[in-house]
Design a protein around this ligand. Structure first.
Ligand SMILES: Nc1ncnc2c1ncn2[C@@H]1O[C@H](COP(=O)(O)OP(=O)(O)OP(=O)(O)O)[C@@H](O)[C@H]1O
Length: 345
């Protein structure tokens, strides 16, 4: 059964620097929470506090109502923490996964069965007799996860579980992780600096910037309604453009309409637009005048760098991009479904 986590008034200092500040966070039993933030945001610090590796400088963290500061063995046993590096011991894969069970005095026979089952769930049972340190990075990550899951934890803490994997291996890894967790009600807190990972498997996402929570919401909310430009950049909006809301609600760059309207009061705003929401139209149509600076191949599209009054990135279907030559003049409007208007920070 997954455990409920509650954080109240948590502050954590490293030396005289405060690196984490979370006033209140409740994580429901069985919830999958992602923590998204850039390098140095405090993600690992948060996991270390949740795992009771160290206590917060001030404030409380409780697991099913029991404070981590009490340091009880029983409480620690309910939490499995897979650190950023797989950290496997230089023995066989099987032994790595069996060891935590041995420490808990699980009988040998049962240990073996549980270890094999955990390895099977992560699709690495065929590696059971190999030296763990001689595996590839991706294989080691899977064994590390099997080692965490074999304890049947109430809380699973994952620090960048797919760090160092290529894009294809990452996708397969997360699909298998999803499968491995499918019939468990474990509470999962996973940290990542990649939006696609953080938003992929989560019920909710916490955005951490400089140690502070900027936004908490479902992946869909973060995607469609980031609260500020910092969150927008982190969730993958490639374009952030300074604009103005006119008296009639038209969003303008300079005096030029952008194709967007909003019901904010007249004044400065920031337009966040996905590259796939930047529409190129002929130079004699209404829109922002720009020049094509560069066209480069992307997966299933061309990435077009545009310069002019604003610099933008656009993703353009391959067929439509054939007529785009560097230096040519076009105009740009933003697709409202792939753009959002933010307060100017
Ligand atoms: N042992 C330490 N001593 C001093 N400062 C530290 C220590 N560990 C981390 N920090 C600082 O605390 C802040 C948060 O670090 P943390 O490792 O939690 O960030 P992170 O979001 O996990 O980063 P990354 O994505 O790079 O792993 C950073 O500014 C970091 O430099």
């Amino acid at each position: 059964m997954g455990a409920e986590l509650t954080l109240r008034g948590v502050r954590h200092r490293r030396g005289d620097r405060e690196v984490l500040r979370i006033d209140q966070l409740d994580i429901a039993a069985g919830e999958r929470l992602s923590v998204l933030g850039p390098n140095g945001a405090g993600k690992t610090t948060l996991l270390r506090l949740l795992a009771a590796v160290e206590p917060p400088s001030t404030g409380t963290i409780a697991i099913d109502g029991l404070g981590t500061a009490s340091g009880g063995v029983e409480l620690r046993r309910r939490v499995a923490y897979a650190t950023q590096r797989a950290g496997l011991l230089s023995t066989s894969v099987r032994r790595n996964v069996e060891l935590p069970l041995q420490w808990r005095k699980v009988p040998r026979r049962r240990r073996r069965d549980l270890a094999v089952e955990a390895l099977e769930r992560l699709r690495v049972a065929h590696l059971a007799d190999r030296p763990a340190r001689a595996l590839s990075g991706g294989e080691q990550q899977r064994v590390s996860l099997a080692r965490a899951l074999v304890l049947d934890p109430a809380v699973l803490l994952l620090d960048e579980p797919a760090a160092g994997l290529d894009a294809q291996s990452r996708a397969a890894f997360f699909a298998d992780l999803d499968q491995a967790l499918a019939d468990r009600s474990v509470t999962v807190v996973q940290v990542s600096h990649r939006a696609e990972e953080a938003l992929g498997l989560a019920d909710r996402v916490v955005v951490l910037l400089a140690g502070q929570v900027h936004q908490i919401g479902t992946p869909e909310t973060l995607n469609r309604h980031p609260v500020d430009a910092g969150v927008a950049a982190l969730v993958g909006y490639e374009n952030l453009v300074e604009a103005e809301v006119g008296p009639d609600g038209t969003v303008l760059v300079g005096a030029t309409p952008t194709g967007l309207t909003c019901d904010r009061p007249a004044g400065p705003v920031t337009v966040a637009a996905f590259a796939s929401g930047v529409r190129l139209v002929p130079a004699d149509w209404p829109g922002l005048p720009v020049r094509v600076a560069r066209v480069s191949p992307g997966p299933g599209h061309r990435t077009v760098a545009l310069s002019g009054a604003v610099s933008l990135l656009a993703h353009v279907p391959v067929r439509a991009a054939t007529s785009l030559l560097a230096g040519s003049r076009v105009r740009v409007v933003f697709d409202p479904a792939l753009s959002t208007i933010l307060p100017r920070s």
